[in-house]
Design a protein around this ligand. Sequence first.
Ligand code: KIV
Length: 254
Amino acid sequence: MNKIKEKLNTFIIERNQIVCVTCYDASFSKILNDIKIDIVLVGDSLGMVIQGKKDTHRVTMDDILYHVACVAENKSEYLLMADMPKNSYENSKIAYSNAKKLLDNKVDIVKIEYKEEYYEVIEYLVSKSIPVCAHIGLLPQYVLSKKDIRTYGKDKSESNKILDQAKKLDNLGVAMILLECVNSKLSKEITDSTKLPVIGIGSGKHCNGQVQVLYDLIGISDNPPKFSKDFLKEGGSIKSAIKEFYDYVKSIEN
Ligand code: KIV
């Protein structure tokens, strides 16, 4: 087992909830590092919160690499995860070359929004020992209209499909699964029936950890999702707000 997977597995063995927060620059990276956030994600949400676009669709590999470089300046404790943006994993060769660029720039895990057609791409990355986090449920890179922004897995057939995807990815050997806007009952089923760490956003408490977009949890996003909470209201300062989120996640008992 590679080192990153080993480190992630200790969270499961020790029943220690994983705290993951997005980040795009060196100043916040330092704060997240000092608070001992477990995983920092350079997410393609930067398309919205940094670039002011309406979605993540036009974020490029160069954008991600630029923000990875900024964030990595102040990385020492946490695991660094980065999104593979849309059109950066069209086939195995392209995906490997882009994932390698991220790993060569201090990234520990790459995240890919999973669709069936990318099964072989992920299989290839795993065979090359690239730690992959498979993102399932709501896939922002493939959202076409507001109708796609909803909770996934409420009905039986969709729920079975997502559960099958999670089991397939677990057997394939991905390092982690991220559930976005997945029905809480289904999140529990996925977390209970897979061996690997499952982290969630808008997917209830029954995961092995929680992810939040940094700007949502400090209350400065323009249009935050319904499930997000402004921790700055209670925390009073940015550092305290992030620490409140950290303490909240660590206190979840499943
Ligand atoms: O890009 C991002 O910030 C993400 C989170 C929504 C998990 O993928």
